[in-house]
Design a protein around this ligand. Structure first.
Ligand code: DC
Length: 228
């Protein structure tokens, strides 16, 4: 059967990763979390003391970054490794979350990561989630999904996740972070967060994970059927 690429875009913390993981497992596809790549660049910048608003300083870092996803055999999840080191927990901190939109604004950073992402999807069979996947990375993707949910619902879900992972934060700080990121991601000049004209909208404010999974799997099967 023909494989397709599936693009999942949308607001921060609305379950794009959960849906991408579900679809990749159901279809036997590779899942790629493009946000993890922007987070990895941000982590490298913070560690080396680079000013995240200074595009020249950031660009100088890029050639030295080896970003890859490796599958964890214990849970089947694809995890981020930076320069040969497992960094999955370190890219998920609030410190990185607070600087990642500034880093991802810069065109040189975007060009560098988009080229890597297109390579990863060159043979199809990829489910990639992010902000510009259906509009810029894979404009020809056979299925594009645009996800959203009410900000308060998204903040409550993310707060629960962070607290469970032992991260000390407040619901207000999480809500502020996601509102701030949505505003910055939607208003940047290069590749802003936009719903592609041919994307399907999935508002999961009042949907269970199971319900959203079934809706999206049906869309995927229809899209694969059309290409076969
Ligand atoms: O998906 P995430 O929340 O982990 O992404 C972190 C940030 O990375 C997000 O606030 C904006 C940026 N990003 C982007 O600009 N383009 C993408 N394709 C994915 C993420």
């Amino acid at each position: 059967m023909n494989k397709i690429n599936i693009a999942i875009d949308g607001h921060s913390s609305c379950g794009k990763g959960t849906l991408a993981r579900y679809l990749s497992q159901a279809l036997g596809y590779v899942m790629i979390d493009s946000g993890a790549m922007y987070r990895a660049v941000t982590l490298a910048a913070l560690r080396s003391g680079v000013d995240v608003h200074n595009e020249q300083e950031l660009s100088a870092l890029l050639p030295g970054l080896d970003i890859e996803f490796r599958k964890n055999p214990e849970n089947g999840r694809s995890e981020l490794w930076l320069n040969g080191v497992y960094e999955e927990p370190n890219i998920r901190t609030m410190e990185v979350a607070n600087s990642v939109s500034a880093v991802s604004k810069h065109s040189s950073v975007r060009r560098f990561l988009v080229a890597m992402q297109r390579n990863m999807g060159a043979h199809k069979g990829v489910v990639m989630d992010g902000r510009d996947i259906g509009t810029v990375v894979f404009p020809d993707a056979a299925l594009k999904i645009f996800m959203t949910a009410a900000p308060e619902i998204r903040a409550a879900r993310r707060f629960k996740e962070l607290t469970a992972a032992g991260v000390q934060t407040s619901l207000e700080a999480v809500l502020d972070n996601l509102n701030g990121r949505d505003a910055q991601d939607s208003s940047r000049a290069d590749s802003p967060l936009l719903m592609a004209n041919d994307a399907k909208l999935l508002d999961n404010s009042n949907l269970s994970i199971e319900a959203q999974s079934q809706i999206a799997l049906q869309w995927a099967e229809e899209a694969i059927g059309k290409r076969s």
